[in-house]
Design a protein around this ligand. Sequence first.
Ligand SMILES: CSC[C@H]1O[C@@H](n2cnc3c(O)ncnc32)[C@H](O)[C@@H]1O
Ligand SMILES: [Zn+2]
Length: 432
Amino acid sequence: MTTLAITGGQVLRPDLTVTAADVLVDQDAGEIREIGPDLADDADETLEAANSLVMPGFVNGHCHVAMTLLRGYADDKPLEAWLQEDIWPAEGELTADDVHAGAQLGLLELIKSGTTAVADMYFHVPEVADAVETAGIRARLGHGIVTVGKDDEVAREDANTSLEIAREYDGAADGRISTAFKPHSLTTVGSEYLEEFVPKAREAGVPIHYHANETENEVAPIVEEHGQRPLEYAADRGMLEPEDFIAHGVHVDDREIELLAEAGTGVIHCPASNMKLGSGMAPVQRMLDAGVTVGLGTDGAASNNDLSMLDEARDAAMLGKLAADDASAVSAEATVDMVTRGSADAIGLASGRLEAGAPADLAVIDLEAPHLTPRHDLVSHLAYAATAADVRHTVCDGQVLMRDREVLTLEEAAVRERALEAATSLVERVDT
Ligand SMILES: CSC[C@H]1O[C@@H](n2cnc3c(O)ncnc32)[C@H](O)[C@@H]1O
Ligand SMILES: [Zn+2]
């Protein structure tokens, strides 16, 4: 057995208590073997964690990693105008190579901010998968389907691509890659395609992931056309199962919250994207109270505009209080739980907790910073004060991806340079 010991740190346990301990990792199995005192002897590799918090790696439950190429490209517009006027025209020019370059940049940013798993919806998924394999992160990938405005043959081809990709890549990268069938949303994919392809996704044994109830403008057409709230409509089409997860869930009513809780379908809350696009405030505390599994996601870098899950955690806690008009809502504990275990459970991964037998996916946070002093409560620091730059080491599947802020799996300067060139050339093509 090849082992990695993370030594001398404070360890965040699944019950959110913190104890001084070492963490011993079985690198061949990619699992945590033991947490306790004095485990460093004879380890093959060591990560130093004095004055640091050892915690589960962050799980980004909803992202479009390659959209880093469009960071800062179009700001200050609501969702529909942003997509239709700026983002979709630019994405129409994206090549497979661009998506690879953008995905590498996004994955670099995720690793540098302590994220060890991501659920991603985009196109050119083989390129995203290749970038994920090299970066060493864990990912649930899928091809996003849009059928509106397409003729039937093209729409069916898009849905088939999503199904084929989900089948082909499930279990890739030694099991680090899993997949899902990913209709973009309930308004951008016609009901006839959902009715035909959702049962096929079930047969393939993959979950279903889609944007839902993000804006008021998305709710109204479904109510008008089908006489149902969006999540009732989704449930009737077999899209609300325990393995499924929706992104956003901002405009959900009591009945829809009940449906989510009964079904066990996860919700990935994306507070920064919701604030920036002016989409609204998700009723996070009400969903938690009802027993819904809630995780956090950044959405893409074009609507956030970064991929830091520590930023997302702080945004979730702050916005959750505003939405509930209650300072005790979305507490530090609830927030840290959402950004680790909640996201992992929602997207169907076993990570998100540090305990023997769990995947060795973890982040080590350097506590020696003015903004993390004093140390009354480290859970509070994670929710309200820590930043991406405080992440010292990142480990996924037992492998060290970042050591003392140096990413070992990607050449940082080369990845940035290539993404810069791809983004510059993309914008030139869109403008001509
Ligand atoms: C078809 S691949 C995914 C598709 O989703 C777009 N997108 C990015 N952010 C959002 C969002 O907040 N709501 C809906 N759609 C979004 C992305 O640009 C791709 O086109
Ligand atoms: Zn999205």
